[in-house]
Write a protein that binds this ligand. Structure first.
Ligand code: FES
Length: 226
């Protein structure tokens, strides 16, 4: 979204407090997909200050709208005894056209210092240009990253089978790909299931000839995540 008023907000975690629910907004992870705004415009209004108006709806509706946020930029804490977010039953990764990897499920992201973050929704950079790796920051638009992701290399995937589940471990490698370990369904740009995997290295330098998978091109490209 061009000229989004939220871009003027400071780079930090913003907290919007209500009586029944608190909402947090990590500006650096937001890629302006707009799912929250379309889902609940009375609460999520980028033109207002604050832009999240927690008092304008119920905790259930706000929680449902937050869960639409693909990047995990939005999170919530229930204060009314309502349920916490439940991860999607099956882990799924969608390779977006000319954009990031959209991942949902029971996720465990390993930070550079080895600490682990539990997540349910992530958008990960695959163009190599993000200033906030491993997260997407929409730099793919600036560098005009191109990969339609319409036909994924199926030789690196197994045929789809029902119900991939359990924990998906996500380990970004220094100067290299992001290693995913665990049951995962992979979808192409059209949202069609291309297959499943229990472990694969996904390119995050933007140079692979077998996108979305790593083919080792990051070394020749001198890719640096420092
Ligand atoms: S990370 Fe891009 S080819 Fe390995």
């Amino acid at each position: 979204m061009a000229n989004d008023p939220r871009d003027a907000l400071p780079d930090k975690l913003h907290v919007y407090t209500g009586t029944a629910i608190d909402v947090t907004y990590d500006k650096k992870r937001c890629i302006h997909v707009g799912a929250c705004i379309r889902g609940l415009p009375r609460v999520f209004d980028p033109g207002s200050r604050p832009w999240v108006i927690v008092g304008n709806s119920t905790a259930d509706k706000i929680a449902a709208a937050v869960e639409l946020c693909p990047s995990g930029s939005l999170q919530y804490v229930r204060k009314d005894g309502g349920p916490a977010e439940v991860p999607d039953a099956g882990n799924a990764l969608l390779v977006s056209p000319d954009g990031p990897l959209f991942i949902r499920g029971q996720l465990e992201l390993v930070e550079p210092d080895g600490s682990v973050r539990k997540e349910t929704r992530l958008t990960l950079c695959r163009c190599g240009a993000s200033a906030h790796k491993p997260y997407c920051d929409n730099s793919h638009l600036k560098v005009r990253f191109q990969d339609g992701a319409r036909a994924l290399p199926k030789d690196k995937l197994e045929p789809d089978h029902a119900g991939p589940s359990g924990l998906l471990r996500i380990e970004p490698q220094a100067d290299g790909p992001v290693q995913l370990s665990g049951n995962l369904r992979v979808l192409d740009a059209a949202g069609t299931v291309a297959g499943t995997t229990t472990g694969a290295a996904f390119c995050r330098c933007g140079h692979s000839g077998t996108k979305p998978f790593c083919d080792g091109s990051h070394e020749k490209a001198g890719f640096s995540t420092a």
